[in-house]
Design a protein around this ligand. Sequence first.
Ligand code: ADP
Ligand code: IPE
Length: 246
Amino acid sequence: MIAVKIGGSVITRKDTYRHFLPDICRNIVRSLFPFRDELVVLHGGGSFGHILAKEANLPADLNERTKRYFSRIHNDVLLLNSKINDIMAEEGFNPVSIPTSLFFGEKGLNVRPYRKFLESGFNPVGMGDIVLSGKTVKIISADDIMLKLSKEFNPRLVIFFTDVDGIYSDDPKKNPEARLLPTIDSDINFKAVQNDVTGGMKHKYEIIKKISHHADRITVINGKYPERLKDLGSERFIGTVIENGR
Ligand code: ADP
Ligand code: IPE
């Protein structure tokens, strides 16, 4: 199985509410065509999720205010999901959406729908979403779901498409001295860069460390240049590769 996360940072304009970037999304989807027989796709929320989620100040108790946010955010995330699924269907995939909030319960995410549709030759498409956990409303990111799926399915490859070239020694948007890290191949190296990783990448980085015990290979690559995927495994490759730490 191959699992891909398409970051909200790369297929939406993060500062403009519900602004989708269809051409970038289509290019990413096309680059995945060789993997379509074993592919699970997850996507982030981008400006379909984060703008209202920030305003809602989550996690928070379920009440009239958070219920209104729940409905709006969940609908917006599904709107983005249907745009991605449209493109996937047009490009020859068999996408089926697995709305996270519907399959999230006391024990976390139920992965059975993923298994069922994967085994039947579909491409399950999950997403970062707003969920109800007991009486608490909170956000589950697609990165969190990636960890859960990796534990269940032990993917041979996990791909994170984001809006920078990979994992750097520091935030490349803030620090011009930041170096792209081509490989992070052991726990020792993980420790060496840990303190430098900040911002949106920090949570992802922590999750990737955990995923590395359950997947053969993980890569973080720039979704604006998905054709770079073809070079994975060669010296030409531009991105970060993490080999399994099992
Ligand atoms: P996505 O939506 O693709 O999942 P995020 O927006 O959560 O991604 O995180 C990507 C952002 O993390 C990048 O735009 C980058 O500015 C920021 N970032 C912070 N620290 C780092 C780092 N060490 N390496 C790469 N990116 C970083
Ligand atoms: C966030 O999912 C989902 C919502 C805000 C509803 P992610 O955290 O995976 O999204 P991106 O990739 O950072 O946009």
